[in-house]
Design a protein. Structure first.
Lengths: 491, 491
């Protein structure tokens, strides 16, 4: 069994065991098994990055077995510079989620942990799939555990949010399914993504394919105007669900643009780049203004996620190396930062059981250690230099200056608005006098919470101060992608 | 005379007669010996068909009135297994419903005999004979609870509308006979293909009636009115019997009549099937949303699934050739297999939950099932996600196969149909998700322990695993269907 298979199936195997143990009496054992499982799953992904050859754009750690011979579908796995970090990110975030749920989740612990571990394996599968159908199967299968997570452990409107999440994403991906089947037919019976990259297609077909993929990935990213499921899902999901949703699930959509839309329909991508840039800018400017008026912390961070993902799609469609690498760096850093932001909200919610900004005030007086972390992550979210949040945005803005100065200027307004909504929230929640007796009773974070926040803080600092390990790995792959996209596929 | 051809039918008939008599001497109030004898008879029957399928030959027998070919045997084998599972699910629930009589088992055997006759028929009259044998047995089974007014009403409706459908079919077949001068399917095929003096008006008229008759039997819109009432009114054990094995028979006679007999008229009947399919997809999916009764919802869901099957059946004869026929018909066949696999489980679950004097037919009766019985709820969730077509469950590959058959015609109209079908399956996802929601997100209303023994719950779990396992590894089953169809087309 190869490393990638192990990274996919190890968490799933642990998840299935945990589901079987979903008896309330075994809660303590279940937590330990979940921690061991997620740690092991993370450990097996580490050789992927240490053994990665950053000098080639080819897929590495490949595994290729026939799967469904009737349709020539292969169990074909492989990672390149675009995807390898996401495998690690997924496994890492899962460890954090398991730690975060330790004392918080008391209802059906086994099922909760199991769902997250299975979800983790499936998401690694999405990033590792080199076969279109395999990609689709993993991509869709992630809906089931997330649906259950939101619906079972979510807030008061969880049922509405779970349905909205499921149906929104399903509509997009079903259209993508037709596109995949069409490509299978056009390529003479192959589901190999690499074969589709090389497939010449007329403009009309490319345009339809582009919009089918757009339907699937724009919902997942999410781009304005199909973003409305995200605030609902985030607000209602349990903390772990929000973390995984923001840190990884949104990246599935962005990654899809890189793997499918750009290389398979390059001419259509160029033709509709204007539209994509416009939608991204709307996300960056308009949604940031929406974030400013939120009273619910989770909603605020959810909208800020949409803003950050706007940078990602902007970076993709300006077609230069700086833009695309910046977008990928932004995806990784957003994984750390947004995950941390939701964890911070979770920490507050566990104590006061409300996410209303107005219910808090002066938290720093009662929880100094926690407030230090929270302020740090908020700064990263606002894009302070020296944190992970800065690197990606700065690269994308620099890339868009090369493309068009005015676009860069509009995108850069986010540095102001992001600072505005984040600092506004920080001031209201953490600083000032202790607002009420509930806040007065709050206790500072325990070692478990300290550990998970510290792990994330270290990652954020590392990426902000020394982003080279991240950019170095993706350089060649990004260059290869750009060269491919620059060549017309119309014969 | 070639007796070899009909050994399985002879065996089943003999077994039915023996069991009728043997049952008179059974004093066990639970009818144990009758049950086991029936299961043995059905098991041996299935194995015989499997053996024939593996032998892979095509032989005509009884003066050309019956044919033994892999397609017929595979369908009969599936039908046999479906009956086997149906009886196992049904046994514990029969006792409380005045249905624990020998007649139940004997009539079930006659249903299966009718199915088997239809799958191996090579003559219009033999098809009709098998159809009536099956239908009359089913009418009687529906009315088996003679003090139960709803069941009697359902039986009445079923009988009247079924008789009307048989009349349609017979009328159509007589016209075909009038135009071609033969009742034998291969001769009809030859006449249509080679006789330039054939009366086209009569043929077309005949096809309309044949398609209408088949539409009734399949439950396609606008001939679907009987389905919800019968599904709801019949005892659940009988509903399951109506919804499983006869589907295979209906598919078999569609192939025998329309493809093997009237392929020359494909340009006439394919558009009719498309109209039926589109109607079924819309009505089935939309009306299912409004149902609160689980059995009624499943009835409408069955109608919508028949829409997919019909789409597959309508994509065989494209641009004047049958190159895509194997692909299209085998996808339809695989779809039915996948559908029945999930249906068996869902009705099995309804019976599992029902108790003495309490039918557990409302969707809300499933509330909180995940807490009362996690394994059973997990299996039910697998059935629902499979019916909704979410990977990695077997229902997804069935949808994929149909989509692939539609897209690979490379005709814009068919590709538009594929897009329409996926949009409809999005609507379908809603009501399947609602069942999962009720089981997982809602609190249990009744906490009474579920009475049924371990046997049925183990069978349910096994059924759920089958849906998952054939989803992870669908290759073998797909190849079987494809082999069978290709052999039927080339012989």
């Amino acid at each position: 069994m190869g490393l990638l298979s192990l990274s996919i199936w190890l968490p799933i195997a642990f998840g299935v065991v945990l589901l079987a143990l979903s008896n309330e009496r075994h809660a303590a054992t279940v937590r330990r098994i979940a921690l061991v499982g997620s740690l092991l799953s993370f450990l097996v992904t580490i050789p992927l990055i240490t053994g990665f050859d950053s000098g080639t754009a080819a897929l590495q750690f490949q595994e290729n077995l026939p799967w469904i011979e009737r349709f020539n579908v292969h169990y074909h796995l492989g990672v390149d510079g675009l995807s390898v970090w996401f495998v690690l990110l997924t496994a890492f975030i899962t460890v954090i989620v398991v730690i975060s749920a330790w004392q918080v989740i008391t209802d059906r612990v086994g099922a909760y942990m199991g769902a997250f571990l299975i979800l983790s394996g499936l998401m690694v599968g999405v990033f590792a799939a080199a076969d279109g159908m395999l990609f689709y199967v993993f991509f869709e299968a992630t809906l089931i555990p997330m649906y259950i997570i939101i619906g079972v452990w979510g807030g008061p409107r969880r049922v509405y949010a779970a349905f909205k999440f499921f149906l929104y994403t399903l509509l997009g991906s079903l259209l993508m399914l037709v596109a995949l089947v069409y490509l299978y037919y056009k390529s003479g019976g192959s589901f190999e993504i690499a074969a589709w990259h090389a497939l010449p297609l007329p403009m009309s077909a490319q345009a339809l394919l582009f919009f089918a993929f757009f339907a699937a990935f724009s919902v997942k990213v999410p781009m304005w105007p199909v973003h409305t499921w995200l605030p609902d899902a985030h607000v209602e999901a349990p903390t772990g669900g929000s973390v995984v949703l923001a840190a990884i699930m949104l990246k599935l959509g962005a990654y899809g643009f890189l793997r499918f839309s750009l290389p398979i329909a390059p001419d259509a991508s160029h033709r509709y780049a204007g539209l994509m840039i416009a939608l991204s800018l709307i996300a960056v400017i308009y949604v940031a203004l929406v974030a400013l008026v939120q009273r619910d912390m989770k909603k605020l961070v959810a909208y800020s996620s949409i803003v950050h993902m706007g940078f990602v799609t902007l970076g993709f469609f300006i077609f230069n190396a700086l833009g695309i690498s910046g977008a990928i760096v932004q995806m990784i850093s957003h994984g750390f930062v947004s995950g941390a932001m939701f964890l911070c909200i979770g920490v507050l919610y566990d104590r006061l059981h409300t996410r209303e900004i107005s219910a808090y005030g002066g938290v720093i007086n009662r929880m100094p250690k926690f407030a230090a972390f929270a302020v740090f992550f908020a700064m990263a979210n606002a894009g302070l230099p020296g944190t992970a949040g800065f690197v990606g945005e700065w690269m994308v803005i620099l890339g868009s200056v090369k493309f068009n100065f005015w676009i860069a200027l509009l995108a850069a307004t986010s540095l102001i608005t992001a600072a505005a909504y984040t600092l506004w929230m920080i001031r209201r929640v953490y600083y000032g006098e202790v607002a009420n007796e509930h806040v007065q009773k709050m206790t500072d974070i325990n070692p478990r919470e300290f550990l998970m926040l510290a792990l994330l803080a270290l990652s954020v600092l590392w990426m902000g101060l020394y982003p080279k390990p991240f950019t170095r790995v993706m350089e060649v792959s990004v260059q290869h992608l750009l060269e491919h996209v620059a060549v017309s596929k119309i014969k | 005379m070639n007796w070899l051809v009909i050994y399985p039918e002879i065996w089943l008939l003999a077994a039915a007669c023996v069991i009728t008599v043997a049952d008179l001497f059974v004093s066990d109030p639970l009818r144990g010996p009758t049950f086991w004898l029936t299961q043995i008879a059905v098991g041996v029957f299935s194995l015989m068909h499997l053996w024939y399928f593996n032998a892979g030959f095509t032989v005509y027998g009884m003066h050309g009135t019956v044919v033994t070919d892999p397609m017929g045997h595979l369908l009969a084998f599936f039908a046999g297994v479906a009956v086997l599972v149906t009886l196992a699910y049904a046994r514990p629930t029969l006792g409380g419903r005045e249905m624990l009589k020998g007649e139940f088992y004997v009539l079930t055997l006659f249903v299966l005999l009718g199915v088997s006759v239809m799958t191996s028929a090579n003559n219009f009259l033999v098809i009709y004979l098998g159809l009536e044998l099956m239908s009359l047995s089913l009418y009687a089974l529906t009315a088996l609870r003679r003090e139960h007014s709803v069941a009697i009403e359902a039986a009445m409706k079923y009988f009247v509308l079924g008789a009307l459908a048989s009349g349609f079919l017979l009328y159509g077949l007589s016209m075909m006979y009038g135009a071609t001068g033969s009742l034998e399917i291969p001769k009809v095929f030859e006449q249509i293909a080679n006789n330039p003096n054939i009366n086209k008006e009569v043929l077309t008229f005949g096809v309309v009636f044949v398609v209408a008759g088949l539409g009734f039997k399949l439950g396609a819109v606008p001939f679907h009115m009987w389905v919800p009432d019968v599904y709801e009114g019949a005892p659940t054990a009988v509903t399951l019997l109506i919804g499983s094995a006869p589907e295979f028979a209906a598919f078999a006679i569609v192939i025998r009549l329309l493809v093997e007999g009237m392929l020359g008229l494909a340009l006439d009947w394919q558009p009719m099937l498309i109209v039926l399919a589109v109607g079924s997809l819309i009505i089935g999916n939309v009306v299912a949303i409004a149902q609160t009764n689980l059995k009624r919802m499943l009835a409408y869901s069955m109608i919508s699934h028949m829409g997919y099957v019909l789409l597959g059946l309508s994509a065989g004869f494209i641009s004047g050739n049958t190159l895509s026929a194997g692909n299209a018909y085998s996808s339809a066949m695989f779809y039915i297999v996948a559908y029945v696999m999930a249906t068996l489980g869902t009705f099995g679950l309804i019976m599992f939950l029902s108790r003495q004097g309490f039918e557990s037919e409302q969707i809300d009766d499933l509330a909180g099932l995940a807490r009362r019985s996690p394994w059973v709820a997990g299996a039910m969730a697998a059935f629902m996600f499979s019916l909704a077509g979410i990977p990695p469950l077997v229902g997804f590959y069935a949808k994929l196969a149909i989509l692939q058959a539609l897209v690979s015609t490379n005709i814009a109209g068919y590709i538009a149909l594929a897009v329409f079908a996926v949009v409809m399956s999005l609507i379908g996802a809603f009501y399947y998700l609602r069942v999962v929601k009720v089981m997982y997100f809602d609190e249990p209303v009744q906490t009474a322990a579920i009475e049924r023994g371990r046997g049925v719950s183990a069978l349910l779990a096994l059924n759920g695993l089958a849906v998952l396992l054939f989803g992870v590894l669908p290759g073998g089953l797909m190849a079987m269907c494809r082999d069978a169809i290709i052999k039927a087309l080339t012989s």
